[in-house]
Design a protein around this ligand. Sequence first.
Ligand SMILES: *Cc1c(COP(=O)(O)O)cnc(C)c1O
Length: 431
Amino acid sequence: MKYYNVSDKSDVVDLRDAVLGCPTTRKVLYMPFELPDLSHLPGSINNPPGFCEIALAASQAMFKGDVPESCIEEIVNNAFTFEVPLVSIDKNIFVLELFHGPTLAFKDFGARFMSGLFRYLNRGESKKLTILVATSGDTGGAVADAFSGSDGIDVVILYPSGGVSPLQEKQLTTHGGNVSAIEVSGTFDDCQSLARQSFADPDLGLRMRLVSANSINFARLFPQSFYYMYASSFLKSRRRPLTISVPSGNFGNLTAGLMAYKMGTDIQKFVAACNSNRSVVDYLETGVFNPAPTIKTVSNAMDVGNPGNFPRMLNIFNNDLEAMKRIVHGYSCTDDETLEAMRELESVHGYLSDPHGAVAYRGLKEYLDDSFDGVYLATAHPSKFPDVLSAAGCSKPVIPGELAAIVGKPGRSIRLPVSFNLLKEYLLSRN
Ligand SMILES: *Cc1c(COP(=O)(O)O)cnc(C)c1O
């Protein structure tokens, strides 16, 4: 399969360059020329396929000819080792819990599959691959965990000092080995700009193999389409149209849902559920895309003013706003409304929710009528956000064993001022 650049269709690369990148392709959004038809997955209406069965069928179809079947099977089986429960909340509302992976956020789906694919595509390389990632929370932890202990691959994480929760910091700093965490005396934007400068530096490009692992990477995006297929086939026997509500920030998750739709998954509508960072919601209302400065909210993993995957969403609908509006409904809520939704989920439905899932729940509730089934995606375990739960007046969440275990572990990080030269020196010293 060949992949093209959504902003320049003459820029065509193979799978390896689309995901591992080379100096000129790191910031590019690639899409495959064709998505496979997956409207007929294994299993039947009364006996829906399991998650790994779906992941395997979809990956075999997508990467046929590029990755041998036995390797795909290994990638899938190593990646999805945790459960994906669909929990009933109300008569026609379900929550798909995507937070049972090792770092307790849905980013594990993309990061773990990407890690397997990177390792396959990187086989036989003598020169080390370095993954550089700037994080404000969940991405760094998922990438660190997914690549921890991988031969020939180093991970360098940049995070803002004081800008991630204590638990998230432990998830970045307790791996050691091939994973190093750099605490930058600056903001998340400073971290991102340091990463960008590194990718753009021709000297670094010559001296080391540097790759990005953010959600514009197709290898992270594609596996996120599997759980949309899973929810749809699970609910098929109810024979009702389906709406899926997606808590959105950089819009990788929703883009993956739209890809599932394009591949024939039976989903009638998506709710793009946002906090006060509402540039895509405004676009759906006005037809004008105006990226705005980021606003801080209680659903902080969705605090993105200029969503990186937006051009891919446009591409999926051939830049046709009306076509996008038929499938995607925009929703945005305030912090007070998010906290209120968290309270409602606990007091009315007995369900303890994290703030991101609560935004999606609220967007779904406002949109849904009785003729539809609705699923909203819960993207993180509530125990990752104890302060927000307490602000909402919800119960104290129990930290699951995996996470509780790292709380007492000593973390290790390197402190760095916002200086590209010092970062470059550090990167080269590891090479
Ligand atoms: C990253 C993240 C999101 C936003 O997902 P996008 O793909 O960036 O839209 C939502 N919730 C949580 C918990 C996240 O970590």
